[in-house]
Design a protein around this ligand. Structure first.
Ligand code: PEP
Ligand code: MN
Length: 332
């Protein structure tokens, strides 16, 4: 249930209403927007009398929410959320390009790529240290050493860093990481999501390979229910019957999620199509469709990459992509 308050409702009255609701076993999420303050009521609201709430002087309207996600729901939080990573912002008109290799391979590799993407305009450096590979015989990532190399690349470039977590027991290794990524294969690892809900780190949550938008938002809800509201959603392509591309980029997810939720949405065209020559076109389409950012795989030597070389752009191709993205953003 949501309670929209009248403009200039006195703080004392809001506090009284909030503590009365708390006494009924209801948690209250307060969203103070530009124009309106909205109280999001979380818990079993069946015993709450809508008419009574409606009759209060400070209340403008009361609505029951049909969707099962609450914290992630735009009705709870009408303004777009802005995720602030030490001054680097995503959402609410702030656009960011996250770029870097699929996997961190060596100090030279990560620093060379990091310096190049930083010059081209990337705002955040990505790199996998723990890799979810289909085959147990494929390169599994440099693990803790990889995170250390990523931190070293941050020192050189100043770019905030993002890397994927696969198991909650690894959380201590992520202490100095700026954004924790949850990969597509772990989107419904609910125990992991609950642990991430207890952290204070921004989380980039990727859409599962075969998950609906509602399931995607429910996974964000798992993290938010634990108290961590800094979630960035990432559309990275879903499985369809099409085999010409690795996955099918679901561009419609952007406007649909933006209607349903206040969370920022970034698009990863690299994993969506799996082929480097399609990455620029899909990036431009995603930006035109309203994405708050992009995640692009870049490698200094794609043909020798230990993971996902076929979809990785060279630093030169990435530079060209950034220029084109800026033109689309200006046109918008
Ligand atoms: C990745 O970003 O490195 C990755 C493994 O992506 P996804 O989880 O979308 O497959
Ligand atoms: Mn990859």
């Amino acid at each position: 249930m949501i309670v929209v308050l009248r403009e200039n409702a006195p703080k004392e009255n809001i506090d009284n209403l909030t503590s009365w609701l708390n006494d009924q076993g209801i948690k209250v999420h307060i969203s103070e927007g530009h124009y309106q303050t909205v109280l999001g009521l979380i818990g079993n609201t069946t015993g709450i009398d809508e008419q009574f709430l409606q009759s209060l002087d400070i209340v403008s309207s009361v609505k029951r929410i049909g969707e099962p996600f609450k914290n992630a729901n735009r009705k709870f939080h009408p303004d777009n959320s802005i995720i602030d990573i030490n001054g680097v912002k995503i959402g609410g008109g702030n656009f960011q390009i996250i770029a870097g290799p699929c996997s961190i391979e060596s100090p030279e590799q990560i620093t060379e790529i990091a310096s190049a993407i930083s010059k081209s305009g990337a705002g955040i450096l990505r790199g996998g240290a723990f890799k979810p590979r289909t085959s147990p015989y494929a390169f599994q990532g440099l693990r803790a050493d990889g995170i250390e190399l990523l931190e070293y690349a941050r020192k050189i470039t100043g770019l905030p860093i993002i890397t994927e977590i696969m198991d909650a027991s690894h959380l201590p290794l992520f202490e100095n990481v700026d954004i924790i990524q949850v990969g597509a294969r772990n989107m419904q690892n609910f125990e992991l999501l609950k642990e991430l809900g207890k952290t204070k780190k921004p989380i980039l949550l990727k859409r599962g390979l075969a998950n609906t938008i509602q399931e995607f938002l429910m996974s964000a809800e798992y993290i938010m229910a634990g108290g961590n509201e800094d979630i960035i959603l990432c559309e990275r392509g879903i499985r369809t019957f099409e085999t010409a591309t690795r996955n099918t980029l679901d561009l419609s997810a952007i406007p649909v999620i933006k209607e349903l939720s206040h969370l920022p949405v970034v698009v990863d065209p690299s994993h969506a199509c799996g082929i480097s020559r399609y990455v620029k076109t899909l990036s431009l389409a995603a930006v035109a469709a309203g994405a708050d950012g992009l995640m692009i795989e870049v490698h200094n030597n794609p043909s020798k990459a230990l993971c996902d070389g076929a979809q990785s752009l060279t630093p030169e191709q990435f530079e060209d992509l950034c220029i084109a993205v800026n033109k689309i953003r200006e046109a918008l």
